[in-house]
Write a protein that binds this ligand. Structure first.
Ligand SMILES: Cc1ncc(COP(=O)(O)O)c(C=O)c1O
Length: 372
């Protein structure tokens, strides 16, 4: 039977992710539009972005937050290019984006003494093999496999190297052990439902110390430069961005941060996301034709929820298309490099009621295509 109720918001994309509930672009504070980002008002708003991010995330004393170009990719590559090469590197990857950082380190930067630990889609590499005398590069949540790091217990508190973590689909959705992370990056377009374009770069005091004591041997484009004459460019972390940001995206980000406060801060956002995952978990438990791509329960992502179906790749495509055409779920096909399947965003901008409405449609679409 075709379900009667459709999700009121069919946007389940894993990036850009759904806007927050009752988002209204007309409610953005656009006083900065048409003004210089270096004007008093421009600088004030950009400084607020850095300060509010640090306070809402509860960053430890001495951590700095900057707005950088190039979205999450820009923030990660800036960190890799600026920090690596001082010592060996251990890089962990278990899906497409993590593998991209392996390519950067091994094929572009060509860092000697790099050890690569990779795992297939659905799994995690063996964290016990990591040597914290090296710099350690990893992704907190594998957006394309739906496999997350369950916790930071494996990270050495007394490490000599730096931990560099791409946490773009985890920040504002998962508990992060900040003291164990020296570099964290994210973009606005994921858990906050913000816009693409800018990345956030969070540095620990140890990362800053590295920046001020080590100069890589390779040339550094202006867009990546975090230091000048051996000193951190403090301005970047107070709102004096390297180049011109989109003040419209900035207004949108501040609106999203305000909403995070309204729903109870990061812990409220995490609870909402976990409740979203619970809806899908219940559905998976009740149906034997669908399963999580993640093989271990504690690693199932509560943001990019990746599912495998008892169906071939072309049937999965048809299911995704059918749900799209019915207007009940947009952009839920697995990432292009990942195994065929469905990926549903479960971050806090998505409502559990919409996921509940979607589940019967998944059964209906599966029956239409596979059991026809
Ligand atoms: C884990 C991870 N890293 C990096 C990126 C790239 O992010 P952006 O497009 O914001 O640069 C994504 C995007 O989905 C991602 O999921």
């Amino acid at each position: 039977m075709k379900p009667q109720v459709k999700p009121s918001n069919p946007n389940f994309s894993s990036g850009p992710c759904s806007k927050r509930p009752v988002y209204n672009v007309n409610q953005l504070n656009i006083d900065t539009l048409g003004r210089s980002h270096r004007s008093a008002i421009g600088k004030e708003v950009l400084a607020k972005v850095c300060q509010d991010t640090a306070s809402i995330l509860g960053l430890p004393e001495g951590y700095k937050v900057g707005v950088v170009p190039g979205s999450d990719t820009g923030a990660v590559e800036m960190a890799l290019w600026s920090l690596l090469g001082e010592r060996g590197v251990d890089v962990l990857a278990w899906e497409s984006f993590g593998k991209g950082w392996v390519t950067d380190i091994v094929k572009q930067l060509k860092i000697e003494n790099t050890r690569t630990f990779e795992a297939d889609y659905g799994q995690l590499p063996d964290f016990n093999q990591v040597d914290f005398n090296n710099d350690v590069v990893f992704t907190w949540n594998g957006t394309t496999s739906g496999v997350k790091v369950a916790n930071g217990d494996w990270i050495d508190d007394n490490r000599a190297g730096l931990t560099i973590c791409d946490a773009t689909s985890a920040v504002f959705a998962m508990e992060l052990p900040w003291e164990k992370l020296d570099v964290v990056t994210f973009s606005w377009q994921k858990a906050l439902g913000g816009e693409g374009a800018h990345g956030m770069l969070i540095l620990s005091p140890r990362a800053i110390q590295r920046l001020e004591s080590y100069t890589p041997s390779w040339p550094m484009p202006k867009i990546f430069r975090l230091t000048k004459a051996g000193k951190l460019i403090e301005g970047i972390f107070k709102g004096a961005t390297i180049n011109t940001p989109s003040m419209l995206c900035v207004a949108d980000y501040l609106d999203a941060l305000n909403w995070i406060n309204e729903i109870g801060g990061v812990s409220g956002a995490i609870k909402k996301s976990e409740a979203n995952l619970a809806v899908v978990e219940k559905f998976v438990a009740e149906n034997d034709w669908i399963n999580f791509l993640a093989t271990k329960t504690e690693t199932i992502s509560n943001t990019s929820i990746c599912l495998t179906l008892k169906a071939d790749a072309s049937q999965v495509k048809e299911i995704v298309k059918l749900l799209n055409n019915e207007g009940v779920a947009f952009d839920i096909g697995a990432y292009r490099d990942a195994p065929a399947g469905i990926r549903i965003w479960g971050g806090a901008t998505v409502e559990a009621s919409d996921l509940e409405a979607l589940m019967p449609w998944m059964t209906w679409a599966y029956n239409q295509i596979v059991n026809k």
